[in-house]
Write a protein that binds this ligand. Structure first.
Ligand code: PEP
Ligand code: MN
Length: 336
């Protein structure tokens, strides 16, 4: 339930009113303070709430019930876009375009440091790289694990780029303490125990859309993290499974405006896992920027034919440089 308060509401009235609501009903209250109004979002069992009584209060402008099952992730509860500050140079969701780039898997120190330096020179503001890899085959390379995290930190030290890497288990959360953005992969989008634990930490989460997840299921997964108190969630569309087999997945571009309408959370697009083919990365990334994505996550490898994972969809640093130039000029053109 959403209660919009009149701009004339005093802080004292606000406190009294929220205390009364909490005492009278079994609800949690999410407060959003805008320039012109304050919005109270009531979360919990609101069936007992007497709408007429609330509407009759002097300080209340309007009341409406929220049909959607996601509350904290809902734009109705938080009308302005969420901005997630990663460091002094990077705030995601503030209208600027950020590119997270790097290899699918961290393979060795030289590889990750060289790629980090080159993608940074091309304008990437975050470094991606998998240390724990969810592979379809148990015989495929599973990642360098803890050593991969250490190598990412070396690359961050060399370049200053914040690091984004995937977590697969709850028991690893402590190991990820020094990571800047924790990625939840498509396969773990509905690992609810993992999501609940990530809700308890104060760390930005990049939540990928599940292989066959609906937008509502995806938002409910974001809600799991937010319900625990962690509001720093970014939604990453990485292609979904359809009947088409030419591409690895089908990039759902419509997810960008749909999420922007339904939610206040930033949207990141992963054209690499959607495409599965490096030559498709540029057009998909351009479409994502045109449709309003807040950022992109792109796989880049210094030697794609010999990559230990996802070589076919990886750009070389040189190709990435060309693509990044086009993406930033498109972004500029859209705002001019
Ligand atoms: C990845 O980012 O390398 C990855 C495994 O992505 P996804 O979870 O989208 O398949
Ligand atoms: Mn990959």
């Amino acid at each position: 339930m959403i209660i919009v308060l009149k701009p004339t509401t005093t802080p004292e009235q606000l406190v009294n009113f929220t205390e009364k609501l909490k005492n009278d009903y079994d609800v949690k209250i999410n407060r959003w303070d805008g320039v012109h109004s304050t919005v109270l979002g009531l979360i919990g069992d609101t069936t007992q709430v007497d709408i007429e009584y609330i509407e009759a209060q002097d300080i209340v402008e309007s009341v409406k019930r929220v049909q959607e099952p996601y509350k904290k992730a809902n734009r109705k509860f938080h009308p302005e876009n969420t901005k997630i500050k990663i460091n002094d140079n990077v705030t995601i969701g503030d209208g600027s375009l950020h590119i997270m780039a790097g290899p699918c898997s961290v393979e060795n120190e030289r590889q990750i440091v060289d790629i980090a330096k080159s993608v940074q020179a091309s304008g990437a503001t975050l470094l991606r790289g998998g240390a724990f890899k969810p592979r379809t085959s148990p015989y495929a390379f599973q990642g360098l694990k803890a050593e991969g995290l250490d190598l990412l930190k070396i690359a961050r030290k060399e370049t200053g780029l914040p690091i984004v890497t995937e977590i697969m288990r709850v028991s690893h959360i402590d190991m990820f303490e020094n990571v800047d953005i924790i990625q939840v992969g498509a396969r773990n989008m509905q690992n609810f125990e993992l999501l609940k634990e990530l809700g308890k930490i104060d760390k930005p989460i990049l939540l990928k859309r599940g292989l066959s997840a609906t937008i509502e299921e995806w938002l409910m997964s974001a809600e799991y993290i937010m319900a625990g108190g962690n509001d720093k969630v970014m939604l990453c569309e990485r292609g979904i499974r359809t009947y088409e087999t030419f591409t690895r997945n089908t990039l759902d571009i419509s997810a960008i405006p749909v999420i922007k309408k339904l939610s206040h959370l930033p949207v990141i697009i992963d054209p690499s896992h959607a495409a599965g083919k490096s030559w498709l990365v540029e057009p998909l990334a351009m479409a994502a920027v045109a449709a309003g994505a807040d950022g992109l996550i792109i796989e880049v490898h210094n030697d794609p034919p010999h990559a230990l994972s996802d070589g076919a969809q990886s750009l070389t640093p040189k190709q990435f440089d060309e693509v990044a130039k086009k993406l930033f000029s498109l972004k500029k053109a859209l705002h001019s």
